[in-house]
Design a protein around this ligand. Structure first.
Ligand code: SAH
Length: 221
């Protein structure tokens, strides 16, 4: 999506959300704040919950999944440090909202979703928004997407018991992987792994709560 968002009646709620991201959550990356102030988040939320689209929490979508809390979208995106040309891999497209944020800030986004209905809807929404630098696929994202590796940035939007090793291997040197990890299925620590010439550096970036990452290098179900 390019340029400012159309007048859609959500301008005030959107700018209040962004103000909260800035002053309460201390998000400082202006590119992240600007795109979240432009993207129509309500188009990614089930119709019955549209009035809640800009609230400070995750919301249920279909298949027992959730659209992530705006803060977590902003925080994970900020941690990736995107400047505009990166090749990004996303695991767990969900509604496609985070995908749209990434696509607006990077060169190209490859995104994998496990659940067919969510994949279909995300694909349609992103096409409707005119985002062409996105390639979606249905499948198990814990194995990564070797065909387009290495990636400058990888974002995992679901929580697994450990960092999926294939994703670390598909990072470019200097690349960043942001992933929630936890022994408990419903609570995790957000980790950032940076690939260096020799090995990797891992940082803990706070507590979080994601739906489970289900797959070969995640939970079994
Ligand atoms: N950020 C998204 C929400 C993602 S919810 C948004 O804002 O809409 C997490 C998503 O990860 C769910 O849609 C779930 O189906 C998906 N998921 C879980 N395990 C996965 C896997 N192994 N591969 C791909 N997608 C997976």
């Amino acid at each position: 999506m390019n340029g400012p968002s159309r007048a859609d009646g959500f301008e005030l709620l959107r700018s209040e959300m962004v103000e909260r991201l800035r002053s309460h959550y201390h998000i400082t990356d202006d590119r992240v704040l600007d795109i979240m102030n432009a993207l129509p988040r309500q188009l990614f939320v089930p119709e019955a919950l549209r009035s809640q689209s800009y609230r400070d929490n995750a919301l249920p979508i279909s298949a027992g999944q959730t659209i992530s809390q705006p803060f977590i979208v902003a925080r994970m995106t900020e941690l990736l440090g995107l400047t505009g040309r990166e090749k990004v891999l996303e695991i767990g497209s969900g509604t496609g909202y985070q995908t749209a944020v990434l696509a607006s800030l990077a060169g190209h986004v490859y995104s994998i979703e496990r659940i067919e209905g969510l994949y279909d809807d995300a694909r349609r929404r992103l096409a409707d928004l005119g985002l062409r630098n996105v390639t979606l696929r249905r499948g198990d994202g814990t194995k990564g997407w070797p065909a387009y590796a290495p990636y400058d940035a990888i974002l995992v939007a679901a929580g697994g018991p450990e960092i999926p090793q294939p994703l670390v291997e598909q990072l470019a040197v200097g690349g960043r992987l942001v992933v929630p990890v936890g022994a408990d299925k419903r609570s995790q620590v957000l980790m950032r792994v940076t690939r260096k010439d020799s090995g990797t550096v891992a940082e803990k970036c706070g507590a979080c709560a994601f739906v489970p990452l289900v797959g070969e290098h995640g939970w079994s179900e």
